[in-house]
Design a protein around this ligand. Sequence first.
Ligand SMILES: Cc1cc2nc3c(=O)[nH]c(=O)nc-3n(C[C@H](O)[C@H](O)[C@H](O)COP(=O)(O)OP(=O)(O)OC[C@H]3O[C@@H](n4cnc5c(N)ncnc54)[C@H](O)[C@@H]3O)c2cc1C
Length: 289
Amino acid sequence: MNRYDIAIVGTGPAGVSAALTAKNRNKSILLIGRKDLSNKVQKSHKILNYPGLPDVTGEELVLAMREHLAQMGIEITEEQVTNIYAMGDYFAVQCAKEMHEATTVILATGVMQGKLLPGEEENLGRGVSYCATCDAALYKGKEATVLGYSAKEEDEAEFLAEVADKVYYVPTYKDEVKVSRDNIEIISGIPKEIRRADNKSVLVIDSQEIVSDGIFVLRDSVSPGQLVPGLETEGAHIKTERDMSTSIRGLFAAGDITGTPYQDAKAVGEGNVAALSAVAYLTELAKKL
Ligand SMILES: Cc1cc2nc3c(=O)[nH]c(=O)nc-3n(C[C@H](O)[C@H](O)[C@H](O)COP(=O)(O)OP(=O)(O)OC[C@H]3O[C@@H](n4cnc5c(N)ncnc54)[C@H](O)[C@@H]3O)c2cc1C
């Protein structure tokens, strides 16, 4: 398996900045995220404080960043990272479709929206999943519930509905839900709790209980502690030093995931520092060999 120098997880301003800097320093990089980069930036109406780009809209900034990546020959691997394991002198980066290896990792996954639901963590792997692509096959001929935190999860529900008999789709956002398959039922309500009962999974929403074989909780990002076992966190954030290093050697973090203020310029700056620190770490490692 090809081992990359640096795996960068997340394609928001922090991840893009880290990728550009690492590539500029001639490192082999794996940039994992979304081709449309960041839902948050896309949604920003006008960004008034980004140096050199007065009045830029989120969509324009995304477009400019995509062009910059393309000019530098940086490709995006469109996958969801489900776990990262520290293996000593390298990291195993587990994605929905495959596993990758990298000597260092930069986490730039943004901050998780909302809190974990009561019962969510306890039932992870016992009826609760974060990845439709990984686990859809388990639902052949069964029923599943999808809790979608953004409209892009409608595609995941459609995909799941190709395999499952029935999908209950619970959107937590206000936009109109657009799904085409007849076996998807849209149910509105505020999610309160997840329970396991009689070998079924129960999603409690304010008006009712949805009983199915499993629940997919699909957010843009998961909490860093779930992503990287053993990583030191502070609430929803990863604890970092000024050089963006974390409690795990070789693992760096940048952007909203390291704490407030949640700002594009801060994310870009931290992505740059994290990449340079990862480069310095690689140089140190090479000297020891
Ligand atoms: C409506 C709105 C308006 C805003 N306006 C402004 C503004 O005017 N000025 C300003 O400075 N800031 C503004 N912000 C804040 C700004 O958008 C964020 O601070 C910035 O996007 C943070 O960048 P990031 O790279 O840390 O994370 P994000 O932009 O959140 O990007 C993280 C990326 O990582 C991906 N990801 C997460 N988990 C995984 C995983 N497990 N595997 C693969 N990929 C993963 C996500 O899908 C996402 O693409 C605004 C935010 C919002 C929501």
